[in-house]
Design a protein around this ligand. Structure first.
Ligand code: ADP
Ligand code: MG
Length: 622
């Protein structure tokens, strides 16, 4: 069969694999062994669910051999194998979102990019870090024909029909000259397997030759030996006390495509109504695909140690999509079909308890401020989603959220906010925007500062704007957006208020008519102290909350016109009140509106008009 080109991205990836000095080459063994283990998992599942494969007789295993003279290393499994289409799709193109995304991130800077390999663990192709060429001889379970895929990793691969007795895959690696010493070695292979793949659930055998001396003739011959080199117990089945921290960490790496240690793990064994084991990990860094629609689920489902699926995004709620790990149920039937999993009660129960357990673990983590800050930087956004989506656990999730504030440095929780507040306060005040600096100098904060009320600074507008109003209340304290709620009450009496309104009535009318549709209303209030004006949203406008809802569903909606509030104590307003120059009043009306918007970080509609008016007003000063 003719040679075929690798998909361009694979080419790029391979170039990188072969040309960058990657310091941790040994991980290719972990990647290949993990593929073998996945392949056995898949076949095991089929032998339980697929009639035509039920009678297959096999003992799942992986074996490794090496030959120094031949400069080769071979990894064999009797898993599901691949047919021709599988070969092209799986190891000729980049089908997985993970690898795709990896390639998208490549910068062209070999040093940076080779660090990326570490972060992504790009699977099969890592073999080309050490290989001159690779043959993949494979036969898919249930099919007659076997194939050999070969490539030197330089842009092309070739597939030929071959004969092979039983199902499974042989990966024959012709080692580069300077890798032979390193990898065609019994000791080295053993060490690598113990380190990365000790708790792969299937036995891994190492074939090697040993010199033996005949006792009588003293003749030395080479004898073939076969030795199991891994523990082959699924790690999660062991009691916690029997698992060392390094073992937890290595197991995480073997299932997660991550080369860093996890931030934490939670290992739970439940007995009673439901019998199951879960082993969850939280990575140190958010998975690269966390905000992609086609993110990969990080949780694998097993039933009595038999792998069922790693492609079920319902095993945990979406907001916990950064969690990696294993769920192993004792109660589900072994031949459970992936389709019926969705409605399964047992699974729903496991999910519910797992969420509670994980949230509890995050709470514990929050006691260590420094560690929690790191965690929150990576996953805070996801938790906010949770507070929005997961009604049952809303209280627990709200406890985990942290925000910037006008009263403290760093981040604060709602509980701490409440503790600091005065006894009269009954709400949690916040302001949302894109830029912390602008938010902190917003004129809207003036009255809160004066009244000594803490305001939370929410500067992740994209998410905070939509999600925070949905929180409702935290321990009966309503959440209030200060851009749309009444200013805190001050000592002003009703009469005083009326009096001021009366005094400014005519100028307010003039400003209103100058601004027309650009404002919903103009009011004199005592919200401000230093600034002449500010804009607020109408908290009681049903159209505004509708628009908000649509925005939350991802629709573009125009912002409705704001209310302009002016400060009767400010010089500009005082002087404007007695002004007789109508064109000056018109210019200043617009300047008051645009100025207020700019100081609140809101884009102004007509910057050219703004500049013109400012110039015309400045000209009049002299
Ligand atoms: P991943 O394991 O994350 O899917 P890899 O690059 O390691 O990515 O492997 C790509 C694909 O090639 C696998 O998903 C699998 O379909 C196929 N594959 C690799 N090795 C084997 C194997 N030993 N047996 C069967 N299929 C394999
Ligand atoms: Mg893999």
């Amino acid at each position: 069969m003719a040679k075929q080109q690798f998909q361009t991205e694979v080419g790029q990836l391979l170039y990188l694999m072969t040309h960058s000095l990657y310091s941790n080459k040994e991980i290719f063994i972990r990647e290949l062994v993990s593929n073998s283990s996945d392949a056995i998992d898949k076949l095991k599942y089929l032998t339980l669910t697929d009639e035509s494969l039920k009678s297959l007789e096999w003992t799942p295993q992986i074996s490794i051999s090496f030959d120094k003279d031949d400069k080769s290393l071979t990894i064999v499994d009797n898993g599901i194998g691949m047919d021709e289409t599988d070969l092209i799709n799986n190891i000729g193109t980049i089908a997985k979102s993970g690898t795709k995304s990896f390639v998208e991130k490549l910068t062209g800077d070999a040093k940076k990019d080779s660090n990326l390999i570490g972060q992504f663990g790009v699977g099969f192709y890592s073999v080309f870090m050490v290989a001159d060429y690779v043959d993949v001889i494979t036969k898919k379970a249930g099919s007659e024909q076997a194939y050999k895929w070969s490539s030197d990793g330089r842009g092309e691969f070739e597939i030929k029909p071959v004969t092979k007795e039983s199902q499974g895959t042989v990966i024959y690696i012709k080692l580069k000259d300077d890798e032979v010493e390193d990898f065609a070695s019994k000791h080295r292979i053993e060490t690598i397997i113990k380190k990365y793949s000790n708790h792969i659930a299937y036995p891994i055998f190492l074939n090697y030759k040993e010199e033996v001396e005949n006792e009588e003739t003293k003749e030395k011959t080479l004898e073939s030996k076969k030795e199991q080199i891994n523990a082959a117990t699924a790690l999660w089945t062991l009691p916690k006390s029997k698992v060392k921290p390094e073992e937890y960490n290595e197991f995480y790496k073997s299932i997660s495509h991550d080369s860093s240690d996890p931030l934490l793990h939670v290992h739970t064994k439940a007995e009673g109504v439901n019998n199951y084991t879960t082993l969850f990990y939280v990575p140190q860094k958010a998975p690269f695909d966390m905000y992609r629609v086609d993110y990969q689920s990080g949780v694998k489902l097993y039933v009595k140690r038999v792998f069922i699926t790693d492609d079920d995004k319902e095993l945990l709620p979406t907001y916990l999509r950064f969690v990696r790990g294993i769920i192993d149920s004792e109660d589900l039937p072994l031949n459970v079909s992936r389709e019926i999993l969705q409605e399964n009660r047992i699974l729903a129960n496991i999910k519910q308890s797992s969420v509670k357990k994980l949230l509890g673990e995050f709470k514990k983590l929050s006691e260590d401020k420094e560690k929690y800050e790191k965690f929150y930087k990576e996953f805070g956004r996801a938790l906010k989603e949770g507070a929005y989506q997961d009604f049952t656990n809303k209280e627990a999730i709200l406890e985990l959220l942290r925000y910037k504030s006008t009263k403290v440095e760093g981040m604060t929780s709602f509980a701490e906010y409440k503790d600091r507040a005065s006894t009269e306060q009954k709400a949690i005040y916040y302001i949302v925007g894109e830029n912390e600096k602008i938010l902190r100098s917003s004129p809207l904060l003036e009255s809160y500062k004066k009244a000594d009320i803490e305001v939370l600074i929410l500067d992740d507008k994209e998410i905070d704007d939509i999600i925070t109003p949905a929180f409702g209340a935290y321990q009966e304290w309503q959440f209030k957006d200060i851009t749309s709620c009444e200013a805190p009450s001050t000592e002003q009496s009703e009469e005083e208020k009326k009096e001021i309104e009366e005094k400014y009535k005519s100028i307010v009318e003039k400003i209103k008519s100058n601004l027309g549709d650009a404002v919903k209303d103009v009011k004199v209030t005592n919200r401000l102290s230093d600034s002449p004006s500010c804009v607020v949203k109408d908290g009681n406008d049903p159209m505004a909350s509708m628009a908000h809802m649509f925005r939350a569903m991802g629709q573009e909606m125009p912002e409705s016109a704001p209310i302009l509030e002016i400060n009767p104590e400010h010089d500009i307003i005082k002087k404007l009140n007695g002004c007789a120059d109508d064109s000056l009043i018109a210019d200043i009306s617009w300047l008051l509106l645009d100025n207020a918007k700019i100081s609140e970080g809101i884009e102004i509609k007509d910057p050219i008009g703004f500049a013109k008016r400012l110039n015309s007003v400045m000209a009049k000063v002299f």
